[in-house]
Design a protein around this ligand. Structure first.
Ligand SMILES: NC(=O)c1ccc[n+]([C@@H]2O[C@H](COP(=O)([O-])OP(=O)(O)OC[C@H]3O[C@@H](n4cnc5c(N)ncnc54)[C@H](O)[C@@H]3O)[C@@H](O)[C@H]2O)c1
Length: 211
C-alpha cells in the first residue's frame, strides 16, 4: 500500500490506526505527552516496534518525554490519509451497503461515499441519507459527473467478480470487498477484503479449542 509515496508494510498499517485511536483518547483527556513505553503498555505492542512504526512519520519524540500528543494525533491522521477526502461508490444498496452509507463515522476516516449503485428498481432513484442510488447501468455517466476512485462491494457473493470488473472497467482504482468472495483484480488495482464472517470463524475455532 502506498501512503505519502511510501510503501508501508501491512502490519505497520494495521497498527498505526491503533496508535491514533489511543492518542485521540489521551488528547481528549488533555494529556500533553506520551512515550512509546506508555503506548506499548496500553496496547500490548512492543515499544521498539512502536518506535519503528512511528519512525515513518516525520514527527520526532523527545528523549525521556516522548511524543507531543496533539502533534502525534495530527501527524498520524495526516499520514494515514484520514484527513483527505477519498470519493467512493457503494455497489449493492442492501442492508450492509445502506449501513455504510448511513455511517457518518467513515467521513472521519476520509471516506466520502458519493453514490450507490444497485440493480433493484425499487432502490434506484432513492436516497440513503444524502447518497443517491443509481442503476448500475448509469455508472459511466455518474463517473463523468462525480468521479470516485474507491468501489465498495456489498453485492451478493455470486456477482462480486462481475461487479468489480464493471467498476474497474469504468475507472475505479481500489476495491473494498465486503463479500465473502475472493475477487481477483489486475495488477495496479488496490484490493482490500473485509469479512466479518472470517473473524467469526476464528472466534468459533478458538472458543471450541478452549473447551
Ligand atoms: N463483510 C461483512 O462484514 C459483511 C456483513 C454482512 C454482509 N456481507 C456481505 O455483503 C454482501 C451484501 O450483504 P447484504 O446483507 O447487504 O445483502 P442484501 O441482499 O441486503 O443487499 C445486496 C444488494 O445488492 C444488490 N445487487 C444484487 N446484484 C447486484 C448487481 N449485479 N449490481 C449491483 N447491485 C446488486 C441487491 O439488489 C441488494 O440491494 C453479501 O455478499 C454479504 O455476504 C458482508
Amino acid at each position: 500500500m502506498v501512503i505519502n509515496n511510501l510503501i508501508l508494510p501491512e502490519p505497520t498499517l494495521r497498527r498505526l490506526p491503533w496508535y491514533l485511536a489511543y492518542v485521540e483518547i489521551l488528547k481528549a483527556q488533555d494529556i500533553e505527552y506520551v512515550s512509546s513505553t506508555q503506548i506499548s503498555r496500553a496496547l500490548n505492542v512492543d515499544a521498539s516496534q512502536i518506535a519503528k512504526d512511528l519512525s515513518f512519520l516525520s514527527l520526532k519524540g523527545k528523549t525521556r518525554i516522548g511524543y507531543e500528543v496533539n502533534a502525534l494525533v495530527s501527524s498520524l491522521a495526516d499520514f494515514l490519509g484520514f484527513r483527505i477526502s477519498h470519493k467512493a461508490y457503494i455497489f449493492g444498496a442492501g442492508s450492509l451497503g445502506k449501513a455504510l452509507m448511513l455511517d457518518s463515522g467513515l467521513a472521519n476516516y476520509g471516506l466520502d461515499i458519493v453514490a450507490g449503485f444497485d440493480i433493484d428498481n425499487k432502490k434506484v432513484g432513492n436516497m440513503v441519507g444524502d447518497v443517491p442510488i443509481y442503476h448500475i447501468d448509469s455508472l459511466a455517466t455518474v463517473m463523468e459527473s462525480n468521479p470516485a476512485t474507491i468501489g465498495i462491494l456489498t453485492v451478493p457473493a455470486d456477482c462480486a467478480q462481475d461487479t468489480a470488473d464493471i467498476a474497474i472497467g469504468e475507472g475505479i482504482r481500489a476495491i473494498w470487498n465486503f463479500t465473502p468472495y475472493r475477487v481477483k483484480v489486475a495488477e495496479g488495482i488496490v484490493m482490500s477484503n473485509t469479512s466479518i464472517y472470517a473473524h467469526l470463524a476464528l472466534i468459533y475455532n478458538r472458543l471450541n479449542a478452549e473447551i
